[in-house]
Design a protein around this ligand. Sequence first.
Ligand SMILES: [Zn+2]
Length: 298
Amino acid sequence: MTTLGLDVGATTIKGAAVDDDGMILARHTEYTPSEGTSREIEDAIVRCLEILRDEVPTARAVGLAAAGWIGADRRSVIFSANFPSWREEPLVEQLEARSGLPVVLENDANAAAWGEFRFGAGAGTNSMAAITLGSGVGGALVVNGALVRGFQGAAGEIGHSVMITDGYPCNCGRHGCMENYVSGRSINRRALPVLGDADLYALARAGDERALELYTQFGGYLGRGLANVAMLVNPERVVVSGGVAEAFDLFVEPAMAAMRAELGPAWQALAPTFAVGMLGSDAGRLGAADLARSAVTH
Ligand SMILES: [Zn+2]
């Protein structure tokens, strides 16, 4: 069955028509009026849907990945930092009425993790953790073949698990969250006194010892934080995506070593493998489309 997957982000809506095997049959991107009214955002989503349906008229359902806290019934967006007008927004009801198709809503980090699980770096596993290392840190969990959403739909916030007691203050109001040690923002913060304005990534690629050491430290924090995830959900693989993942080969070994050290001799067998995400910016739309397909076929 062909379905549509739309990844509604702060700047763009990335849409695709996708078949059962995760093949993208058509794509379309719309700009997101994130500061607009909920009606304006909805109009942009509907425009994206209509363009894809013109190209692939057989599409039977819509999967929507949205940056925000999705209600437990998965019909509305409770809150979104990116869309000020989305407060208790009944998105599914509105879009089903306007499109005439069943609509399935999912948090964007969950949808991207699902895409990697079904068609990317997590394929073939039955349990995986996904961590997105961008300016912030996103997380999602697939356990025994199913997304973990939790009581209120907020499970999997790996980035806001506390790693350092009384550590660096986080945007979320807590202290010492993992996000403050393994995000792009955090590595830039540590690089500034060492390298000034120089490009950390370029210097590391050129073999600069100070830049490489920063990535080694970064891997240490990542492995340490993910040891807690290993203890809690026992993933077979950790899939790493986001901007910082371009340096995956520079931090993966220190991350694995730190994780093994943190787990200690008794729990070595719980250390998951690490892989870099394969789907890039398609992960969210592929995951959303597949979630829509499974919702209407089950
Ligand atoms: Zn936090």
